[in-house]
Design a protein around this ligand. Structure first.
Ligand SMILES: Cc1cc2nc3c(=O)[nH]c(=O)nc-3n(C[C@H](O)[C@H](O)[C@H](O)COP(=O)(O)O)c2cc1C
Length: 333
């Protein structure tokens, strides 16, 4: 794929990690960067919480490390334009966070707790509010020494019978959004059923005349599915979510495949276990051991998927309580 500009940020490789709560940890994002991902946004963070509680409570989700991550993006969710403006002001007053490359707005989260507050995917039902949020974010980054693009990640609809929201995409672009990423599922689909490339394509077409890149997302798991969604939607870039869990190598694989180059060999058992350990060690740097291991229980099985005896190892990993136990289960000294 060709390199892409989001605002003035140049993505050499427009194949990004899709933001995932509980998955998009700082160490994982660093690893994805090493594997060639164009960038990897943080998981969603409440703009209202940052506005009223400051950064401390959500710092662990927002922490970025530009020198190791490359291009960075913090994803905010909320429903009040003022919350976003204030949250961005706070971020820009915070050491390190102020170096973030991109601010991303979540307009796709289907979780009832979020939707009930008018945030996430609920914003698709209120384009004027969504546009107001984009404008508030643009206002907050105006006049900063660096130009910080504002991007939006959304879905193909709020209702089950929605088949793409072209007018919504246009409203975002009209409001000044610097990039749009669309996951090809509606809110009620959550993460089930098929992701619709046709619905994504409708939204892509709606903003073709705007000078902003468009990313497609949903069910990309290998070079074949990547190629298909690019052909079917005419997108400029792609985001990969679930298939990257425990599989950061997917970025080098798909990048090489799309470029017609020989794909690197898939890592062997030892390399996969070592990568699991590396990600956990990264989490241990900023979390107490019991918390780090407990939170990592849901991620570890993805690293060992398909290995001999994986089912048995998984049962043990998902109840592990400390780092030494994880190493012992994996047979790593
Ligand atoms: C566990 C999990 C957490 C997620 N958290 C977020 C999030 O914080 N922000 C967001 O925009 N999307 C979130 N998503 C959606 C993904 O970014 C992505 O859009 C979706 O999984 C579809 O892409 P995929 O088929 O490649 O997984 C999450 C998905 C999963 C499975």
């Amino acid at each position: 794929m060709k390199s892409v500009k989001i605002g003035e940020i140049v993505l050499k490789n427009p194949i990004a990690l899709s933001p995932m709560a509980g998955i998009s940890s700082l160490p994982f994002r660093i690893i994805c960067n090493e594997m060639g991902a164009g960038y990897s946004p943080t998981e969603l963070v409440s703009a209202r919480s940052v506005r009223f509680n400051g950064v401390d409570k959500s710092y662990r989700y927002m922490r970025i490390l530009p020198e190791k991550e490359g291009i960075t993006a913090i994803q905010l969710f909320g429903s009040e334009p003022d919350d976003f403006e204030a949250a961005i002001d706070t971020i820009m007053d915070t050491p390190v966070l102020k170096d973030v490359s991109i601010i991303d707005i979540n307009m796709g989260c289907p979780v009832p707790k979020v939707v009930k507050t008018g945030a996430g995917s609920a914003l698709m039902e209120d384009p004027a509010r969504a546009a107001g949020i984009v404008k508030a974010c643009k206002k907050a980054v105006e006049g900063l020494p660096r130009k910080i693009p504002v991007t939006v990640k959304t879905r193909t609809g709020f209702n089950a019978d929605d088949k793409g929201k072209p007018d919504f995409a246009k409203a975002l672009a009209d409001a000044g959004c610097d990039m749009i990423c669309v996951h090809g599922r509606t809110r009620p689909q959550m993460y089930h059923g098929e992701s619709s490339a046709e619905a994504i394509a409708l939204m892509r077409e709606a903003v073709r005349d705007y000078d902003i890149p468009f990313f497609a997302n949903g069910d990309i798991s290998d070079v074949g599915t990547a190629r298909k969604i690019i052909e079917q939607t005419g997108c400029d870039g792609i985001m990969i979510g679930r298939a990257a869990r425990g599989n950061p190598w997917i970025f080098e694989q798909i990048s090489a495949g799309l470029a017609g180059k020989e794909m690197p060999k898939y890592p062997d058992e030892q390399a996969r276990k070592q990568m699991l350990i590396r990600e956990l060690e990264g989490r241990l740097k900023y979390l107490p051991e019991d918390v780090a291991v407990r939170e990592f229980r849901g991620v570890m099985p993805f690293y060992i998927k398909g290995l001999q005896g994986a089912a048995k190892i998984k049962v043990r990993l998902v109840s592990a309580t400390c780092f030494d136990e994880v190493k012992e289960i994996l047979g790593i000294a």
